[in-house]
Write a new protein. Structure first.
Length: 256
């Protein structure tokens, strides 16, 4: 487990690999169960999450057997150069972000009307108590954000803790700086300006990635934009929950 989100009480569970001569003995299942159900009791944790591969459903099954649920789909995000040290896949690998909520904080969140049903469904599955507001109110302060890029992978993430009156310029500048990259925007939806900021992203070709519970301390949403059309037919999902996330993400992409 390691930290990779703004909230220090939110931990990512990394992927594991078992040596070939120890496979088919239940070792992966045992290690995963130990990390999730034993290590997680030794430190303060609110959420654990996993980015499960979608070029097969094995890692999704492994994590969903431990009470995780799908919340977010990162389309063609993971580069595939020499995947498994042998095969180069036809496109980058999509990742299904799955969460397990250990200690929720009931909260008020601000959503664009287009995503209230999706987020409500995810909250119901996670048993997260949220009061949803949908008023679209422009930001009045200055935007608080950071950019992280990985040039070798052609990916860039804009993390927005608060969208302000300069948000249209911030978003335009981000796109101009990394215009050939695959883009993520993670936005804190605990601020009233979030629905307005999301509306501007929708107008500029961004589509839904998913729900990020307690990502910032408060909740977040992920939006994404790709330099070319993705192939949704290559994705494998294990459960109905994963299928519902895929359906919502694909529908929002087709809107663009």
């Amino acid at each position: 487990m390691f930290r990779s989100a703004p909230n220090p009480l939110l931990y990512e569970v990394g992927q594991l690999m078992v040596r070939k001569d120890f496979r088919q003995q239940g070792l992966a299942e045992h290690l995963t169960h130990t990390i999730i159900n034993e290590f997680s009791t030794e430190i303060p944790i609110k959420v654990l999450f996993v980015e499960a591969l979608c070029n097969h459903a094995i890692s999704q099954k492994l994590i969903e057997d431990n009470e995780f649920s799908a919340n977010c789909l990162e389309i063609e995000w993971l580069p595939t150069i020499k995947f498994d040290n042998a095969k180069v896949l036809d496109s980058n690998i999509s990742l299904l972000l799955e969460c397990r909520l250990y200690n929720d904080t009931p909260d008020e969140i601000f959503l664009h009307p287009a995503y209230t049903l999706f987020v409500s469904d995810r909250c119901r599955t996670l048993k997260a108590k949220r009061t949803i507001k949908i008023d679209i109110i422009p930001g009045s302060k200055m935007t608080e954000s950071t950019i992280n890029t990985i040039a070798d992978a052609n990916i860039a993430t804009l993390t927005v803790t608060q969208a302000g009156s300069d948000w249209p310029d911030i978003l335009a500048g981000f796109e101009a700086e990394v215009k050939t990259y695959r883009l993520h925007v993670k936005i804190d939806i605990s601020h009233p300006s979030a629905p307005w900021a999301i509306d501007i992203m929708r107008q500029n070709g961004f589509f839904l990635g998913g729900y990020l519970p307690l990502w910032f301390g408060g909740d977040g949403l992920l939006f994404q934009k790709l330099p070319k059309s993705p192939n949704f037919n290559l994705l494998h999902v294990y459960s109905d929950e994963g299928g519902s996330v895929l359906k919502a993400v694909q529908a929002d992409y087709e809107r663009t």
